[in-house]
Design a protein around this ligand. Structure first.
Ligand SMILES: Cc1cc2nc3c(=O)[nH]c(=O)nc-3n(C[C@H](O)[C@H](O)[C@H](O)COP(=O)(O)O)c2cc1C
Length: 367
């Protein structure tokens, strides 16, 4: 018998914390730089997310919990009443279309610039990003971040907790703590960016401490069943060299395992890699996996086969980024085997208004 959509696990419902998802395909967080310069979500963003409400869950793009955490121009924030109001318009639009949405909380750490945020970035250690960084005036050399004091660490943990409460007030179902892709939490985990000699640096059990404290504070603020955490083991984006990947993630997963979090999300997940298999074995809860798709092209099936390989390797839910970016009706296309749109212009992923954002075509549902 051929696979009918009904017989495929990827289209079966799944429970995630207090939510029931209609199927197992999740929209991965995608920074699109369409907020105001102050980080307030716009009505255009409400349209974009509402178009994608048939995702099993939308993980909304990285949002900074504090001004110094801003990475790039026009990214979203969640530290002021105006941010809460802006995001509420977005969550209401998605809910009106029957969707469910959580917000990713991201502090950039050394991935930031005074020309963008008005502030010197902070990081575990004064180790600059080894590349230029995008600012309102284009790409410029990165700056040396200020080493976080013990007081900075306490304040930042509290900023994450407050941002999580703001997200709930804005109508999100929960939050995802961003500990991936070379941002602040990942900078604490990795050897080359964390040179501290205090309780937050050195051996692995100290380098994971900040991440665990943030997760705990956020879980205490809004309830662990509304909190997920994203990691990207081995990923070298933003100049990260973890060093001991094979030690970091077992330690981190072990420390987080008993805390009742809604999920762990593994970015760039390879079902054949030992670290993925170890995480699956050790993590007792829901595991979201984001497959490694070709960089230059979305597969014709939208990533379905890649996702099914990860489900077979033990993942519970599959996150996809560019397939949802380019296909508001990705789920319909996958269910019917229709071809998918490709990303039209990579430049417009991170810049612009409606073009390359809300104007991707959908199939005629009656055709
Ligand atoms: C335009 C764009 C923006 C992204 N923004 C984020 C982000 O805000 N947070 C995050 O964790 N990952 C971000 N990512 C990574 C994606 O979530 C995802 O891991 C990556 O695109 C690979 O998945 P895909 O091949 O399905 O697109 C971004 C990727 C792209 C292409």
């Amino acid at each position: 018998m051929t696979h009918t959509t009904a017989s495929r696990k990827i289209f079966e419902p799944a429970v995630l914390g207090a939510l029931t998802l209609p199927h197992r395909l999740v929209m991965a967080p995608l920074t699109r730089n369409r907020a105001t310069p102050e980080g307030v979500p716009t009505p255009l963003m409400a349209t974009y997310y509402a178009q994608r409400a048939t995702a099993g869950l939308i993980i909304a793009e990285a949002s900074t919990p504090t001004p110094v955490g801003q990475t790039y121009p026009d990214i979203t924030a969640i530290h002021s009443p105006a941010h809460v109001e802006g995001w509420r318009r977005v969550t209401e639009a998605v809910r009106a279309e029957g969707g469910r949405m959580i917000l990713q909380l991201q502090h950039g750490g050394r991935v930031g610039h005074p020309d963008t945020s008005g502030l010197t970035p902070v990081a575990p250690s004064p180790v600059p990003l080894p590349e230029t960084i995008h600012t309102p005036a284009g790409r410029v050399p990165s700056v040396v971040p200020r080493e976080m004091t013990a007081e900075d660490i306490r304040t930042t943990v509290a900023d994450f907790a407050r941002a999580a409460r703001n997200a709930i007030e804005a109508g999100f179902e929960g939050v995802e703590v961003h500990s991936a892709n070379g941002h602040l939490l990942h900078q604490f985990l990795a050897e080359n960016t964390n040179r501290r000699t205090d309780a937050y640096g050195g051996p692995v059990d100290r380098r994971i401490r900040f991440v665990v404290e943030v997760a705990d504070a956020v879980a205490e603020a809004i309830g662990p069943e509304r909190v997920g955490l994203r990691v990207s083991p081995g990923n070298t984006v933003n100049g990260i060299e973890e060093g001991d990947t094979g030690a970091i993630y077992p330690a981190l997963v072990g420390a987080l395992a008993g805390r009742g979090l809604a999920y762990l999300h593994v970015g760039y997940a390879d079902p054949d890699s030992p670290v993925f298999q170890r995480i699956r074995k050790d993590w007792p809860g829901t595991l979201i996996a984001n497959p490694v798709l070709p960089q230059d092209r979305i597969p014709d099936d939208g990533g379905l086969a890649h996702g099914e390989r990860l489900l077979a390797a033990g993942a519970d839910l599959i996150a996809l980024g560019r397939p949802f970016l380019a296909n508001p009706d990705l789920i319909h296309r996958m269910r019917t085997g229709a071809p998918v749109n490709q990303v039209r212009d990579a430049y417009l992923m991170y810049v612009g208004g409606e073009t390359g954002y809300t104007d991707y075509p959908v199939l005629d549902a009656d055709a």
